[in-house]
Design a protein around this ligand. Structure first.
Ligand SMILES: NC(=O)c1ccc[n+]([C@@H]2O[C@H](COP(=O)([O-])OP(=O)(O)OC[C@H]3O[C@@H](n4cnc5c(N)ncnc54)[C@H](OP(=O)(O)O)[C@@H]3O)[C@@H](O)[C@H]2O)c1
Length: 313
């Protein structure tokens, strides 16, 4: 089963390659639609939800929705480290501000702790070497405290061409002689397969691996601005027709089959996308199909340069 990421459910503008840039629903309408996506996901069996304070109204929405449920099997993962600043303005120049300080951790925990007891994973949002967060003793000690106090798993999420470097450093971080991090949320998809070289190490150490951006922020879907992927589009469309699912289900299944025991996140922004994503559960890709898809990998530098150029729509 997939988990559901809420980045596109909390902010009307989000990083993607959306062609229709004109449809901006009112905030209230947007909120109602996002609520329906959460509810549909639950009805279809999703029990793992990923959110963050940086996702606009996503935490708030998820909290409100959780109150309509009485189900101990619901698991929430959230993060700290980004503040949403766009104020739902379609023309905002800055959408989020990063701050990996002890003050930000304490401030955002005050809100996020409302997810307890469903809160299972608490993550540093986009840990990087530059912010020094993996060397910040006060932050690491506070996370170790929360881990013990609330029985949480402590994680990082990674973004960028040096994801593996950050992962390797994070695995070795210890507080009072104990490894701090037990969960790693990483970008992995047909275009950026760099995680594969480290996935087994993480799994052997009993770490939880969560896959994000499985459809490469929409780059898996045929688009005339990305003609260099036309062979990939053709392959995905052929496999989708063969398995009688959408090509998003092929892309998600690729991730699930290659990174064993991982939790793959759907980034669906609508019920239609969600339903299509969940079709991944119905199929199994053959070894030959997996190998064919593996041949479309790009270099992390190319992948992340292209990702930087995507717009907030
Ligand atoms: N640093 C971090 O911690 C971090 C970063 C990124 C993501 N995440 C987490 O991972 C989750 C998933 O990542 P993501 O949403 O960024 O990337 P993704 O899953 O690769 O891309 C999702 C986007 O692809 C587009 N899309 C078009 N057709 C789709 C279809 N059939 N199914 C699904 N998507 C379709 C949607 O854009 P349109 O709305 O334009 O249709 C949607 O917003 C997020 O919700 C978040 O929880 C975490």
């Amino acid at each position: 089963m997939l988990g559901l990421g809420t980045a596109a459910l909390g902010r009307p503008q989000y990083i993607n390659i959306r062609k229709d840039k004109t449809s901006h629903p009112t905030l209230e309408k947007f909120k109602q639609e996002s609520f329906k996506v959460l509810e549909k996901a639950y009805q279809l069996g999703v029990r793992y939800f990923d959110t963050a304070p940086g996702y606009g109204l996503a935490e708030d929405l998820l909290l409100q929705w959780l109150q309509t449920k009485n189900d101990p099997s619901l698991q929430i993962a959230t993060k700290w480290g980004y503040t949403y600043v766009a104020n739902f303005d379609a023309n905002a120049k800055v959408h989020e501000v990063k701050e990996h300080s002890i003050e930000k951790l304490k401030e955002q925990w005050q809100v996020s702790q409302a997810f307890l007891p469903h809160l299972k994973i608490y993550q540093i949002h986009s840990a990087t070497l530059e912010t020094g967060v993996l060397n910040n003793t006060k932050v690491l000690q506070q996370l170790a405290f929360l881990k013990k106090e609330h029985g949480l798993q402590i994680g990082i999420t990674t973004t960028g061409s040096n994801q593996l470097e950050v992962l390797k450093k994070a695995v070795d971080v210890s507080v009072a002689g104990e490894q701090l991090f037990n969960s790693f949320q990483i970008t992995y998809n047909i275009l950026d397969q760099s995680l594969e070289t480290m996935a087994n190490t993480l799994i052997r150490q009993d770490k939880k691996v969560i896959i994000k951006e499985a459809v490469a922020n929409g780059r898996m879907f045929r688009n005339n601005n990305y003609n260099h992927y036309s062979k990939l589009y053709h392959t995905l469309e052929t496999l989708a027709a063969k398995h009688q699912v959408g090509l998003d289900a092929i892309a998600l299944k690729f991730c699930q089959q290659n990174i064993k025991n991982s939790m793959v996140l759907s980034g669906a922004s609508t019920i239609e996308q969600l339903q299509s994503n969940l079709q991944a559960a119905k199929i199994t890709l053959s070894e030959e199909e997996i190998n064919l898809l593996k041949s479309f990998k790009t270099s992390p530098n190319f992948y992340w340069q292209e990702r930087k150029e995507l717009a907030w729509n």
